[in-house]
Design a protein around this ligand. Structure first.
Ligand code: ATP
Ligand code: MG
Length: 252
């Protein structure tokens, strides 16, 4: 049996009278990459936003069911603490535009009012930028604005900003869909390397990317979980017709 990091039980989510996720049951293995696949509008981003307690911030948004992290339902805890343990990176690189590279990396602490000594901050910034392969590229420029970096570097900066909080889980919602092929390859290699220290959930529309870098795959369709399992098994021999059609490019 694989070790799990998150267990999702009968998760329902929606906005007012619109039901988006319908009874999702899913185990997310520890120190692996789990890809979430499915056509546009099927609920992938909503699922990610439930896992780090962002969906409830949507006006009229509701979440029912359980998301268990370390034996405890995350909905029973302070959402700010949960968001530190479960980091998220979005499709468009979004470094804080007024902040330097250094301030961006450390922003999870400063914005949460967590005081650190200068040496502690320096170490976190260097470690986090090193983890994403950005330290050597920016070490002379850490006081410049994050927005002066290329798109791919900005996205790695956003990953470093999430890693600075030492999360247990990293949620990546289409992290490469706005990037060029070289930056995409760098981030794919980074994701594979990072899974040694953090469990990763990756939303992607790119089936080849899921095949290259994910260990497990989950197929969602109209808010329902249709099929999940090891990526290779699911891609070689999908059990459900809908999964087979999606993977063969029939829709999506
Ligand atoms: N705030 C909201 N109010 C009403 N409906 C919403 C809201 N947010 C999302 N939805 C609906 O929920 C469904 C799922 O949206 P979600 O963003 O989770 O899909 P997705 O799978 O991430 O799509 P994409 O691949 O295009 O990013 C969509 O039909 C969307 O229109
Ligand atoms: Mg989405």
């Amino acid at each position: 049996m694989k070790k799990s990091i998150i267990q999702i039980n009968n998760l329902e989510a929606g906005v007012r009278d619109i039901s988006i996720l319908k009874g999702i049951n899913l185990t997310i293995p520890r120190n692996e990459v789990t890809a979430i696949l499915g056509p546009s509008g099927c609920g992938k981003s909503t699922l990610m936003r439930c896992i780090n307690r962002m969906h409830e911030l949507t006006s009229g948004g509701y979440v029912n069911g359980e998301i268990i992290l370390k034996k405890s339902n995350i909905y029973k805890h302070d959402p700010f603490i949960i968001r530190r343990k479960i980091g998220m990176v979005f499709q468009r690189p979004n470094p804080f535009p007024t902040m330097s590279i250094y301030e961006n990396v450390i922003s999870g602490y400063t914005l949460n009012g967590i005081k650190l000594k200068k040496e502690e901050k320096d170490e976190i910034v260097m470690d986090s930028l090193n983890q994403v392969g950005l330290w050597d590229e920016v070490k002379e420029n850490v006081n410049r604005k994050g927005t002066f970096l290329s798109g791919g570097q900005q996205q790695r900066l956003c990953i470093a900003r999430a890693l600075a909080m030492q999360p247990k889980v990293l949620l990546l919602d289409e992290p490469t869909s706005a990037l060029d092929p070289i930056s995409t390859t760098k981030i794919e290699k980074l994701i594979v390397k990072l899974k040694d220290s953090v469990s990763i959930v990756l939303v992607t529309h790119n089936i080849a990317q899921a095949a290259r870098i994910s260990d497990n795959a989950v197929f969602l369709y109209l808010g329902e979980l249709i099929e999940h399992g090891p990526t290779k098994t699911m891609f070689d021999s999908p059990k459900e017709t809908k999964t087979r059609d999606y993977l063969s490019g029939a829709f999506g």
